[in-house]
Design a protein around this ligand. Structure first.
Ligand code: SAM
Length: 210
């Protein structure tokens, strides 16, 4: 997976590649899909949700570029795989999921892997985690029509927010940075397709096709 799906597509940061090689992806998919865990594709994890394609996890992690000890907020815990990659990189991870069943399963995986640097919360991640803010990094793993204002507000000066922005059909990966003087800067890292961020601050309802 690391050589063919990540290095060949341009993922360059050695520590990101090492973290992707370390986290056992087969632990983060339903048991009947363990044989497909390293496929070059997103996979269903139940409740209509998905674990992202390995390349997208690596790309988002590389775009965020968390340093050891950084406080990172992830929105959309899902299987817990992305949070595990960030924790293995030495980030202090705060992760929020709106679906209780998924969160319970992810917490069990963190325990089994001995990943202690991950705080979890059940709720609407678009509102952020005010008590733990500000964050050096924020990673949103569900699509939104725009950056939810609470997340922009909870980003530290010099911090970086990575989020898929667009409509329900397709999005662009946006890297939004708050300069040390407070000036925002934005760049784009290509097209992606994520499940929606369900929130009064993003998409307000489950789409009908779900
Ligand atoms: N990061 C996950 C992983 O590594 O498996 C994949 C995330 S999945 C593509 C998107 C997740 O966002 C789903 O689990 C979904 O329930 C969650 N989600 C959607 N809206 C949310 C919200 N407002 N707050 C928190 N989680 C939300």
């Amino acid at each position: 997976m690391v050589a063919r799906q990540l290095v060949d597509r341009g993922i360059r940061q050695c520590r990101v590649l090492a973290a992707m090689a370390w986290v056992p992806r087969e632990w983060f998919v339903p048991p009947h899909l363990a044989g497909d865990a390293y496929d070059d594709a997103p996979l269903p994890i139940g409740s209509g949700q998905t674990i992202s394609q390995p390349y997208i996890v690596a790309l988002m992690t590389e775009c965020l570029a968390p340093r050891r000890g950084d406080k990172v907020l992830e929105i959309g815990t899902g299987s817990g795989y992305q949070a595990a990659v960030l924790a293995h990189l030495g980030a202090r991870v705060y992760t929020i999921e709106r679906l209780p069943d998924l969160l319970v399963e992810a917490e069990e995986r963190f325990r089994r892997l001995g990943l202690t640097g991950i705080e979890t919360r059940l709720g609407d991640g678009a509102a952020g985690w005010l008590e733990a803010a500000p964050f050096q990094g924020i990673l949103v793993t569900a699509a939104a029509p725009h950056v939810p204002q609470p997340l922009a507000d909870q980003l530290a000066p010099g911090g970086r927010l990575v989020i898929p922005i667009g409509d329900l059909a397709s999005q662009e990966l946006v890297i939004w940075e708050r300069g040390r003087d407070g000036t925002p800067r934005e760049r784009r890292a290509g097209g992606v397709r994520f499940v929606p961020l369900i929130s009064r601050l993003a998409f307000t309802e489950e789409p009908e096709w779900r």
